[in-house]
Design a protein around this ligand. Structure first.
Ligand SMILES: [Zn+2]
Length: 165
């Protein structure tokens, strides 16, 4: 009798961990982004800072509100970081917003933001796993662009108050 109870417990534990694995895999399956396609996309220009903002097709309905949010985030970023160039350093970049965690060459192949100066590209996810709000990593990538955040994140402590993640 005891053996049977143990077996049932063991079975249910195995089943629940399998279910968790499935869920985990689903969440962490990163979106594939093709940079050539991103750089040739049409974009909107934000009203306040004239930033170039593009999104993947599935976010096209949200594009106007995303563009407004990019301006709002930059206002917060520049006042917190004492940036006074009014966005000059960012205007050459195309900011591309994808749905969620995407495939990249860092962080074990999964990113929620990527700063790519070679292609004048900043890619960020609209929503990110375990990160609050929308465009959670955009300020982080701006901090790379301004050189305020080292590529290896060794000085994260000095900027984390302004960029959150
Ligand atoms: Zn980074």
């Amino acid at each position: 009798m005891q053996k049977k109870a143990f077996l049932i417990l063991l079975m249910s534990l195995m089943m629940s961990s399998c279910a968790n694995m499935g869920h985990f895999k689903y969440i962490m399956k990163p979106e594939v982004v093709i940079k050539n396609e991103l750089t040739n996309q049409s974009y909107e220009v934000s009203q306040k800072y004239k930033f170039k903002v593009a999104t993947v097709e599935s976010l096209s309905e949200k594009r106007p509100e995303i563009t407004v949010q990019v301006d709002e985030l930059f206002t917060q970023y520049s006042s917190c970081m004492d940036v006074t160039d009014n966005g000059d350093a960012i205007r050459k970049f195309l900011i591309v917003v994808v749905n969620s965690t995407f495939v990249c060459n860092y962080h074990f192949g999964m990113c929620n933001g990527e700063y790519d100066p070679e292609n004048n590209l900043i890619i960020v996810s609209y929503k990110a796993f375990k990160r609050r709000g929308t465009l959670p990593l955009l300020k982080h990538e701006w901090a790379h662009a301004y050189g305020s955040l080292a590529a290896d994140h060794s000085n994260m402590d000095s900027v984390v108050q302004c960029i959150k993640y």
